[in-house]
Design a protein around this ligand. Structure first.
Ligand code: AKG
Length: 258
């Protein structure tokens, strides 16, 4: 593919992203790179290499009640992907990602180390489902305009807990009562369920990447397969959209993509 074609297709991707709130880029990561990242992730999961987040920490539906309960040490996230291994950091700051983010933000992009920045590990047993939410619910920046990048290291489909998105929901304004006390989008009111019924779950092959907006309504099911599912997830903001001082979003040094 020539550079001109690459740019053209990135432009189309960014256009689709602006309209829909997410875009899937098929086969963005070549198999050798994807396999190397997956091998490190598997190894670090087997070693329970810190820092980790456990299902029992979050207690979403399907998760163990405590670290002492059966399955209590089921890992949900290998945290701080950027600091874990150069393979993760290289992908997170790669030319592909930098070019995409510059096109979208129109300025230098920064990788947040406070949000996502992890390998999600969804286990068949004790892996929980994630209710409808917007990622930005607990994030604090000058504007709600960040992009997350979800790299599928395996196949992702409905039966192993793939993501669901409500197309164009990033453009909608919601009043606070449409969310519960934990800021999940309630699934028990007619107006919310009408929206949820519009959701789609794009099937991902290894090496596919989903770019999705921080205001996108999304959820994910349980993993009903017999294999752990691995995905590498990172989040970016534009230079002019700084984290608010003193918040969690501002708690870790960010990485400029230059
Ligand atoms: O894999 C999942 O359960 C969904 C994760 C997710 O939506 C999130 O961490 O924001």
């Amino acid at each position: 593919m020539s550079d001109q074609n690459l740019l053209h297709s990135k432009k189309e991707q960014v256009h689709a992203f602006r309209e829909t709130g997410f875009v899937v880029v098929k086969g963005l990561v070549p198999d050798t790179r994807r396999q190397a990242i997956l091998d490190v992730a598997r190894q670090q999961l087997a070693q329970a290499a810190a820092p980790l987040q456990f299902e029992a920490n979050l207690r979403y539906p399907g998760a163990p009640d405590s670290k002492d309960a059966p399955g209590g040490h089921t890992v949900r996230r290998l945290l701080d992907a950027y600091g874990r291994d150069p393979l993760f950091a290289d992908w997170a700051t790669s030319a592909e990602i930098r070019g995409w983010m510059e096109l979208y933000f129109g300025e230098t992009a920064y990788l947040s180390r406070a949000h996502h920045n992890c390998v999600m590990t969804k286990h068949p047993a004790y892996g929980s489902l994630t209710g409808w939410h917007r990622d930005v619910r607990y994030w604090s920046f000058e504007r709600d305009d960040l992009v997350s990048v979800w790299l599928a290291l395996d196949n992702e489909a409905v039966d192993n807990g793939a993501l669901w998105f409500v197309p164009e929901s990033h453009k909608l304004a919601f009043t606070s009562e449409r969310f519960d006390e934990a800021k999940f989008f309630r699934a028990d009111t007619p107006e919310n369920t009408a929206l949820i019924h519009q959701a789609v779950s794009p099937e991902l092959e290894p090496g596919d990447v989903v770019f999705f907006h921080c205001n996108m309504l999304h959820s994910a099911g349980k993993n009903l397969s017999d294999q752990v599912k691995f995905s590498l997830v990172t989040t970016y903001r534009g230079a002019s959209n700084a984290p608010l001082p003193g918040t969690r979003s501002d708690s870790k040094p960010e990485i400029a993509l230059v």
